[in-house]
Design a protein around this ligand. Structure first.
Ligand SMILES: NC(=O)c1ccc[n+]([C@@H]2O[C@H](COP(=O)([O-])OP(=O)(O)OC[C@H]3O[C@@H](n4cnc5c(N)ncnc54)[C@H](OP(=O)(O)O)[C@@H]3O)[C@@H](O)[C@H]2O)c1
Length: 255
């Protein structure tokens, strides 16, 4: 497995204004990366940039909405013109939607698909041609352990993350021979404003700072998948191979 040094690397990170992305921006900067951060809330990004620079790191704010493909293309163009060619892209922006079968609304399901899957595709469309022209690059989108197999309350969210994982596993066949590293980031429960809304038991909950350290270490090692926290990631991974009745019984007991 190739090892890379984040020091001096130009990293583009989306969903940087909160939770995992926010912690990741600080951790990347602490490890010496030149961090270009994107989210819709410009004022938060600007405050983060100031904080990173005060502590000796390098960061730039490039606000934008991942739902807007043209905006993502402009963001990438601006980063590459004003900072450096992007070495590593981390499309992390995403959200959650609880399944309420009694209020089933296909538009809501498609909107979460559009953000969690379509938003990543927009970012990749903006960056992949440039990386291809340079002979490769590193892409590390944030999916989820919830994308492994069906879970209660997660029909919309899990489907979007499952689509993303499938896409990345497939595109890896095409991009790896062209010099790309694809790291699929699959967190379990991480304490963020997103999960603060959850009113159910979240086993093996980790802090966003801990998540950021694990993700950075996985990217540095050029891992195919960064699934955490252990042993939850192993249990969920193992669950993929269980017969459906056994899997459903275990999940029903947990949640
Ligand atoms: N927390 C967990 O337990 C967990 C577990 C597995 C996977 N994940 C995944 O990790 C990622 C981050 O989650 P989180 O828990 O850190 O959530 P969060 O605290 O709610 O942060 C979400 C981030 O995405 C940004 N965002 C949302 N919509 C956007 C849009 N249309 N365009 C640009 N940015 C947008 C938000 O910024 P603005 O509002 O400023 O745009 C924010 O920075 C998500 O993809 C999530 O699915 C989280």
């Amino acid at each position: 497995m190739a090892t890379i040094d984040l020091k001096g690397k130009c990293v583009w990170l989306t969903g940087a204004s909160s939770g995992i992305g926010e912690a990741l921006a600080y951790e990347l900067a602490r490890r010496g990366a030149r961090v270009a951060i994107t989210a819709r809330r410009k004022e938060i990004l600007d405050q983060m940039v100031a904080r990173i620079r005060e502590s000796g790191g390098e960061a730039w704010s490039f606000p934008g909405d991942v739902l807007n493909l043209d905006e993502m293309k402009q963001v990438v163009d601006s980063i590459e013109k004003s900072v450096a060619p992007i070495d590593i892209a981390i499309p992390n922006a995403g959200s959650h939607l609880f399944t309420k079968p009694e209020e089933f609304n296909s538009a809501e399901y498609l909107s979460i698909m559009q953000l969690n899957y379509g938003g990543v595709l927009h970012c990749l469309e903006a960056i992949i041609p440039r990386m291809l022209a340079r002979g490769g690059g590193h892409i590390a989108p944030v999916a989820s352990l919830a994308g492994y197999r069906g879970l209660p309350r997660a029909a919309a969210y899990g489907a979007s993350k499952s689509a993303l994982i499938h896409f990345l596993e497939s595109i890896r066949f095409h991009l790896k021979p062209k010099g790309f590293t694809i790291t699929i980031v699959n967190p379990g429960f991480v304490k963020t404003p997103l999960t603060d809304k959850n009113d159910f038991y979240m086993p093996f909950l980790v802090s966003s700072e801990r998540a950021a350290k694990i993700i950075c270490a996985g990217i540095e090692r050029g891992k195919r998948t960064v699934a955490f926290p252990f042993p939850f990631s192993w249990l969920v991974g193992f669950g993929k191979f269980l017969p459906a009745p056994v899997y459903e019984k275990i999940v029903n007991q947990l949640w």
